[in-house]
Each structure stands twice: as C-alpha cells, then as structure tokens.
Write a protein that binds this ligand. Sequence first.
Ligand SMILES: Nc1ncnc2c1ncn2[C@@H]1O[C@H](COP(=O)(O)OP(=O)(O)OP(=O)(O)O)[C@@H](O)[C@H]1O
Length: 302
Amino acid sequence: MGVLVIEVRDLRMRYGTADVLRGVDFTAGRGEVVALLGPNGAGKTTTIEILEGFRVPSAGRVRVLGVDPAKGDEAWRAKLGVVLQSWRDHSRWRVRELLDHLGRYYQPYGTPDRARPFDTDELIRTVGLEEHAHQKSAKLSGGQRRRLDVAIGIVGKPELLFLDEPTAGFDPHARREFHDLVHRLSDLEGMTILLTTHDLAEAEKLADRILVLAGGRIIADGSPDQLSRQVSGQAEVRWTEHGERHVHATDDATGFVRTLLARHSTGISDLEVRRSTLEDTYLALVHRHESGQADVEEVAAL
Ligand SMILES: Nc1ncnc2c1ncn2[C@@H]1O[C@H](COP(=O)(O)OP(=O)(O)OP(=O)(O)O)[C@@H](O)[C@H]1O
C-alpha cells in the first residue's frame, strides 16, 4: 500500500456511558479514496473528528500523516482539508475574495514539491464557480455553496482531505463534475480522500476502498467489487419464455444462460443478468451484523 496516511488501531470512543466506537481498525494509503459507510449514528463523524484532532478518543492508536492528531501542530493541520456537513457562514464574502483570503493562511506551508495555496483562479475553475467568482456567497444556490465548501476544503492543497457527505444537495450534473474532481485530486495531486456518504452508487464510483462501520467496528473493508462478490456470489437471471417471466439465482450466470439458450433456441426474450449491487451488499452486511448472524472477525476478514 505504500506510505500510510491514516493508521487507526483499536480506536474506542465512549460518550458518557455509550460506547460508540468499540475497536475500530483501518488504514489508508497515499492517493487512496476511501468511503466510510454505516447507518445513522454508527460513528462516522466521530471517527473523522478524531482523525482531524477535533475530538480526543477514549483509547486506541491513531496516526494521521505520521502524527497523533491530539498533538498535531499548525504545520500538520495545514496538510489537512476538511469539508463538513454544515455550511459555515461566510455570507458577507464574495467567492474569489474569500478563497484568496483563506489561501494566504497556507502560504508559509508550501514545499518545493507542493506549492500552497491553490492558485485562486485555478481553484475557482476547478470547482466550477467561474460565473459566480464575484458573487456574495449568501446569493449562491445550495449546490453552488457546497462547491464553495469544497473549494475552501482544498484551498491549501491538502495531502489528506475529509469529505463529510460532500454531494448532498447536488444535481446530477454537479454530482458527476464533483466525482471527476475527486478523481483528479487523487490522481494528479496524490491526495488521500476519506469521505462519508449514504449514496452507495457514489461510494461505488468514487472509492478505491469501502469501509462499513456498524456496531462500533469496521465490519467490512475492501473494494466495491470484492465486497459484492464475497457477500453475494450469486447473480439473478431473468427472462421471458413464451410470454411468461422467469427469475433464477445462480453462481454461474454465463453457464446458466448458455444452457437456457441451447435448450430453447427460440421463445426466449428480455434476457437480463443482474449482479448484486453495492446497495444489496451493504444492506446484507448491516442486516447480518444487526441480526447477529455474522461474527465481526469473520466479516472483517473479507
Ligand atoms: N458530543 C456528543 N456527545 C454525546 N453523544 C454524541 C456526541 N456526538 C455524537 N454522539 C453520539 O454518538 C453516536 C455516533 O454519532 P456520529 O455523528 O459519529 O454518527 P454518524 O455515523 O456520523 O451518523 P450520521 O450518518 O447520522 O451522520 C450517535 O449515537 C450520537 O448521538
């Protein structure tokens, strides 16, 4: 995996008497895009806040860019970018002015191989706010304000970017542009990105790896493809035969379809093969976990 940007071992967090994180383990490497999924209240935001140094964990070992976040200094903080769920109020500022102003904070932290901050006009183009550069942020639409949030998060060219539900409120076009942006940031800038989302199609498109947090632990860790194949190896074949609809679940869809067509060379129409989606997989994992059917270790080893 190369250089570890995030290293989390046996992380625990207790609020009062409630154990929210009960031994979370995962790592993320340079340039990796990792999606953290889990039901409401699973502890995703808590985990991210600990990684940012905003919350001190009850126990466990956490290293972010080689540093314990609870002891991170300004130079360390300058290498992180954060896009939170809630809109921070910058309503009096115009877009370009605000980004230019925030960018200045990062100037002392530039290195020979990473100029900081982002050039303001390049940044505005990157997030697609050219037409709104001189508008007050209070006048932006919800989706445009979210783009401004993203611009604020990356203005310092972070090595590690946290995105908490980044595309909530985006229209499909803005969402696709945002996905392209995430890929560019990880490919061209080598940025490691940790994002939370409840949109599984988004996680599948964006993430190299998916972590599922439930019951205070990571219950699955793998590429979207690995997760789908290991949780449900079966595909569903659907077809119409002499006007009647049929469905068959099989481990070997190709073999089944071959036999089906050989047996009935005519009379078969509307043939479809459906693999389980990440959403099916996710729901199966969380259900298995909640109903106690799966041992945590067993699923985590997928
Ligand atoms: N400061 C706090 N004090 C006490 N309990 C808290 C605090 N912050 C969060 N919690 C509780 O910890 C649990 C995890 O919350 P967290 O916000 O991390 O979940 P999440 O996975 O991000 O949820 P969502 O998907 O709804 O955003 C919840 O039950 C929440 O009520």
